[in-house]
Design a protein around this ligand. Structure first.
Ligand SMILES: [Zn+2]
Ligand SMILES: [Zn+2]
Length: 368
């Protein structure tokens, strides 16, 4: 059964059951105002989730790398569905986190693809984090890309799509290490395999989900990250200029910059505005968090500069919580979504919640 017909049946049965999915619900509060009651927000798509345990959480709890596990069993899928229901989301995209080693990667990706096929009413597969990402970082380390390596890369990308992937991800340009066993990854955004991946994304019309801690110019690594993990080097390479080369390389490649996380102090609504203005193929995936430095302040209000940015570019944002499902609990990126959407004008909320993701990933679903 196609996603579309399945979704239509699901919608009918949910309506009949008086389920919590809301259709055309108006925002409960004026744009930018504090949510005072549970807001009526459209059901949303979580475009960035990982079916595994979270190595940073394991490190924090004093565990070891051996405690890392994939989460693709039927029990895991059931727990994921329950969390989606609890946070008012109707779908989640499942993707491997950006891995440095390719051993076992293809098998994991095949399991993700199969999990998504088994639950088309909840999940879609996005691939490459466990296969293409290691190939890019190995090529960077090797210092060259042979013709055979390019062919291997192209074949791996095509195999992912043949297995039902709706996009490529999660791919890392700069991934700071947040704990001893959490990988540090850095590759120039204008490396030939990134350019090739953009060409493949354009050719097959699937988006590319990118992790890039932002660095305006070559800079010392933030002290906090040096303390957290000895994997981080002393200095980081500026990545915004090469990222713009990647964006400009193939304007038909839709590139989603994930997390809007100000890990380096270089992220600002102003920087994102200039990138959105100069590169119509750039999209942002919002990982919601409440802190003074992020898009939501400590009280959960959207910061005014980010609110105007989202309102000025309503077609360029999606929500991606970066949840690791192995934790078996909702993350702030999920629990804050309804209140976040409730602060946006209705049409903007509907676009950011569901329509933009459905369009970008060509999901055959019906947005509420
Ligand atoms: Zn990431
Ligand atoms: Zn992620």
């Amino acid at each position: 059964m196609s996603h579309k017909s399945f979704a239509a049946l699901l919608l009918i049965s949910l309506l009949a059951a008086g389920c919590g999915l809301r259709l055309a619900a108006p925002p409960a509060t004026a744009p930018g105002a504090a949510p005072t009651a549970p807001p009526a927000a459209p059901a949303w798509i979580d475009t960035h989730t990982h079916p595994s345990t979270n190595i940073v959480a394991i490190d924090k709890a004093g565990g070891s790398r051996a405690d890392f596990a994939y989460c693709v069993t039927p029990q895991c899928l059931e727990s994921m569905q329950a969390i989606l229901d609890a946070v008012g989301a109707n779908y989640a995209l499942l993707m491997p986190a950006p891995a440095m080693a390719s051993r076992g990667g293809a098998q994991y990706e095949a399991e993700l693809a199969s999990a998504a096929r088994a639950s088309p009413e909840h999940f879609f597969y996005v691939g490459g984090g466990a296969t293409l990402n290691p190939l890019i970082h190995q090529a960077v380390a090797a210092g060259n890309v042979t013709a055979a390596a390019r062919t291997e890369f192209e074949h791996a990308a095509q195999a992912i799509l043949a297995d039902g992937a709706v996009g490529f991800g999660e791919i890392a340009i700069l991934h700071l290490s947040a704990s001893p066993n959490h990988a540090f990854e850095e590759a120039p955004a204008d490396h030939e395999l990134f350019l090739l991946l953009a060409d493949l994304a354009a050719q097959y019309d699937v988006p590319l989900d990118i992790h890039m801690d932002p660095v305006l110019v070559n800079s010392p690594t933030p002290a906090d990250f040096l303390k957290r993990s000895s994997q981080n080097p002393a200095t980081l390479q500026g990545n915004i200029t090469p990222f713009e080369t990647l964006l400009a390389h193939n304007p038909a490649a839709h590139i989603i910059w994930a997390h809007t996380a100000n890990t380096t102090g270089d992220l600002s609504a102003e920087l994102v505005r200039s990138l959105l203005e100069n590169h119509p193929n750039l999209y942002l995936s919002l990982r919601l968090a409440s802190s003074q430095e992020s898009l939501l302040d400590r009280a959960g209000h959207i910061q005014t500069d980010w609110l105007s940015l989202i309102q000025d570019y309503p077609d360029r944002f999606v929500i991606g919580s970066d949840t690791f499902w192995g934790e078996e609990q909702a993350t702030p990126g999920q629990t804050l979504a309804a209140a976040f959407l409730g602060q946006l004008p209705e049409a903007v909320a509907r676009a950011v919640a569901c329509q933009n993701a459905a369009t970008l990933y060509h999901l055959e679903i019906i947005c509420p």
